[in-house]
Design a protein around this ligand. Structure first.
Ligand SMILES: [Ca+2]
Ligand SMILES: [Ca+2]
Length: 188
């Protein structure tokens, strides 16, 4: 899975792709030197854990997005978690996309996460926190089901909706309420 930052790189999706436009709200401080990590998982094929890091050479602001293009080989149901780390703290966004072509999405990075919102420090908040630009209300386009957006275990940083599931170990790593069966399906 390739990933292109900005539109000047000539990176084109072959019919399928996700164009993320990452914004910060007015109170955020996401300037040069901040780092952004995009984690993306195809929930249908269960291929996952793709992580791409970007070191910012620009500011992200309320009107100045970071544009990230992810060309895809095909459609699917994709789970995307974005973490931006700056001196002011960590800002996050989680979205779920049904992609059947080229998909464009404006995403607000919410933060900085307080210790009460992410006690285990894994950048997955304990509660759904998606928001639209300019709004303080929880709720957004392409919002994930709560099990995909909120941390199910704030005492273990290895357990969250983005964690790789390990089969037959009696632990639900990826927060879908079940332990995967080896050679079987991780339903949910
Ligand atoms: Ca957490
Ligand atoms: Ca497990």
């Amino acid at each position: 899975m390739a990933l292109c930052v900005g539109s000047a790189l000539g990176c084109e999706a072959d019919g399928y792709g996700l164009a993320l436009h990452l914004y910060a709200d007015a109170a955020a401080d996401l300037g040069e030197g901040s780092a952004v990590v995009v984690q993306m998982k195809d929930l249908q094929s269960r291929e996952g854990g793709t992580r791409v890091g970007i070191l910012l050479e620009q500011d992200i602001g309320p009107a100045d997005p970071l544009d990230v293009d992810v060309p895809l080989n095909g459609g699917g149901y994709y789970h995307v978690h974005v973490v931006a780390t700056s001196p002011a703290g960590r800002f996050v966004a989680t979205r779920c996309y049904h992609i059947g072509g080229e998909y464009d999405s404006e995403v607000l990075l919410v933060g900085p996460l307080g210790d009460d919102e992410d006690r285990d420090g894994d950048s997955w908040p304990a509660e759904e926190n998606c928001r639209e630009r300019g709004s303080s209300e929880v709720g957004c386009t392409d919002q994930c089901p709560t099990v995909r957006a909120a941390d199910c275990n704030e005492g273990e940083s290895d357990l969250n909706p983005g964690a790789p599931e390990v089969c037959d170990d009696h632990i639900d790593q990826d927060c879908n309420s079940v332990d995967a069966i080896c050679d079987g399906e991780d339903e949910g």
